[in-house]
Design a protein around this ligand. Structure first.
Ligand SMILES: Cc1ncc(C[n+]2csc(CCOP(=O)(O)OP(=O)(O)O)c2C)c(N)n1
Ligand SMILES: [Mg+2]
Length: 310
């Protein structure tokens, strides 16, 4: 299989997973809310084609695309989103709080950045060559803890790569109403080298990611990969202030269409068939799985035991 095919299939898997997820949400099958990655697929596919399997990943509330591109299992993710016992974290984390191998996500904006910085310090102390990658959005540039973390990461030359996905909105607030000055200057001020790309072409993102990752892995210090992108769906469910014209305009940058030109018709058909089977199997299996038992948890937890003893 060619690299172009793998990149396309990764993006298609994310797209079809998220489309199915939105349908399942509307059918009342999901627990909690969900944030779809539709439109941003080239970021995840490009970045994770450039990482090492042992690198440590911290994702945010919009984590499904990152997780699938990391190599995560669509079935275990679907089960988690449905609150099933077979989910990634036993059905307790839902859409925003998942963990598998070296992949962690957290829904508190910016909250995961100091944790990622600490993980980068740990790996440096252990003298591994793992780097730590943390994903944030443009709206998270307003969180002060980001800058405390950048300061320490730079002073201590930590192997931390901050990936800023600027999709131009934080929920319903356009970035120009929330972010003063220049985005790259905020990282430059702390001495981080910045790779900035305004593209939905997965190959361009892959090559920028390779450079930024190589820089961080070499031990020079932290860096930032700033990717301007577009999200096509609402922030979570139904909260979308954008006009039909704006949505039509950004749809022209669909990363799947951009990359599809590099594949044959037979390859496109094959990718679609394989992904459809994988998604159907994942959701069908997850739907049939049991919910976790609350009773078992009460009897085995400390609080549960003392309550029962009283
Ligand atoms: C500390 C904190 N404040 C508010 C929220 C609610 N919230 C969830 S996502 C979001 C917008 C995030 O925007 P951005 O960082 O640009 O990421 P995007 O959703 O665009 O991917 C907000 C306000 C939160 N999760 N955490
Ligand atoms: Mg945003």
């Amino acid at each position: 299989m060619s690299d172009n095919y793998i990149l396309y299939k990764t993006m298609l898997l994310i797209r079809r997973f998220e489309e199915r997820l939105l349908a399942e949400f509307s059918a009342g099958k999901l627990v909690g809310t969900t944030h779809a990655y539709i439109g941003q697929e080239a970021d995840a596919a490009g970045i994770f084609s450039a990482t090492d399997p042992d690198d440590v990943i911290f994702s945010n509330h919009r984590c499904h695309g990152h997780f699938l591109a990391y190599g995560g299992d669509a079935y275990r993710l679907a089960a988690e989103l449905m609150g099933k016992a077979t989910g990634l974290v036993g059905g307790r984390g839902g859409s925003q709080h998942i963990q598998w191998r070296n992949f962690y996500s957290n829904g508190i904006q910016g909250g995961i950045v100091p944790v990622a910085t600490g993980m980068a310090l740990a790996e440096k102390e252990k003298k591994t060559d793992k780097i730590t990658i943390v994903f944030i959005g443009d709206g998270t540039l307003g969180e002060g803890v980001l800058y405390e973390s950048l300061n320490i990461a730079s002073l201590w030359a930590l192997p931390l790569l901050v990936i800023l996905e600027d999709n131009h909105y934080a929920q319903t607030t356009p970035a120009e109403k929330a972010v003063a000055g220049s985005m790259p200057a905020r990282f430059d001020a702390f001495g981080l080298k910045v790779w900035e790309r305004d593209t939905t072409d997965v190959l361009k993102i892959q090559s920028a990611a390779r450079e930024a990752i190589q820089h961080v892995r070499s031990g020079i210090g932290p860096a930032c990969l700033l990717l301007h992108t577009y999200r096509f769906s609402a922030h979570s469910k139904g909260d979308d202030p954008r006009s039909a014209q704006e949505l039509a305009r950004i749809r022209q940058f669909d990363p799947l269409t951009v990359h599809a030109r590099r594949l044959t018709a037979a390859e496109l058909e094959k990718a679609e068939a394989e992904v459809t089977t994988e998604i159907n199997d994942a959701f069908l299996r997850a739907d049939n799985d049991p919910f976790p038992s609350l009773l078992v948890e009460r009897q085995t937890s400390h609080v549960g035991r003392s309550t029962l003893d009283v």
